[in-house]
Design a protein around this ligand. Sequence first.
Ligand SMILES: [Ca+2]
Ligand SMILES: [Ca+2]
Length: 317
Amino acid sequence: MKHLQIIIIVCFSSCIPLNLNHDIQYLKPTLPDLIFIDKGTFYMGIDFDGDTYDNYPKHIVSLDSFNIGKYEVTNKEFCSFLNSEGNKKDNDGKLWYFWDNNKYDFKEKDIYLYERKGEFYVKKGYDNYPIRFISWNAAEAYCIWLSQKTNRKFRLPTEAEWEYVARSGGGNYSYSWVESKNTDSTFCNYGDASYYKTLSKKRKLYYPKTSYNDGFKELSPVGAYIPNGLGVYDMSGNVSEFCLDWYMSRYYSISPNNNPCCLDTNLITSSEIGKVVRGGNFKVPLHWCSNFNRGGRGVFISGKGNYVGFRIVEVFE
Ligand SMILES: [Ca+2]
Ligand SMILES: [Ca+2]
């Protein structure tokens, strides 16, 4: 097995499309564009409708003001971080970023940011695609690094902050284009008709068919669709986004009202070991991209996927 792993690493490294004259290395931090979100109070979650699982009861939440990333964090922005800090390992021994001899769901064509002799480059044309293949710890480390470089305070959004922004300030909208109906659309990057065609026969049996094409069969650059009511892009779809909270299915029934965030690991069950991800992505049906839909994703191994990224929040305390 060890021998096989070495072969895979060598093959993978040599297969990366490297034309350094055309690919770009980023060294200096770039501050992501930010949108100011004023403090406010809203009803988080939805009423129990017989079909809901973890996004009820609806409960009152008050939030302090913050800034949030206008877009998902991009390859260009994350590349500077990797060149500054290196690609470190999580506690499980796996690297922050994909560069691993494991069975992640990447293909060579999916790699837009790569390593060569310890330095990181972005493939030409992919600066503004969201970073993915990262662990939650990598996203957190990026926020810490950006805070140190700018003398400001960045972190991941809490789940409550994320939902408040996704709903354009707590409005009763199911999707980022300020839509309240659960309907097919072309206003965000989800698993549309073009994606459906790529599925195996077996997966098609379980995947809702749609006649809509949103313009992207796979990942899209950030900001390719209309923004939500606050001017924030891609809250629905493209990459799912890590939040600060641990995922806990019944958290809404015990959540405090002011600036809630599930950080107490004593509250969660052994099957809930993961950080919250929100917003759905280009590989799932539209209703998974709803502003209310919750999901949990492992911090370490399973956290690295071709459909999970993040955006940042700046706090003013
Ligand atoms: Ca799509
Ligand atoms: Ca997203």
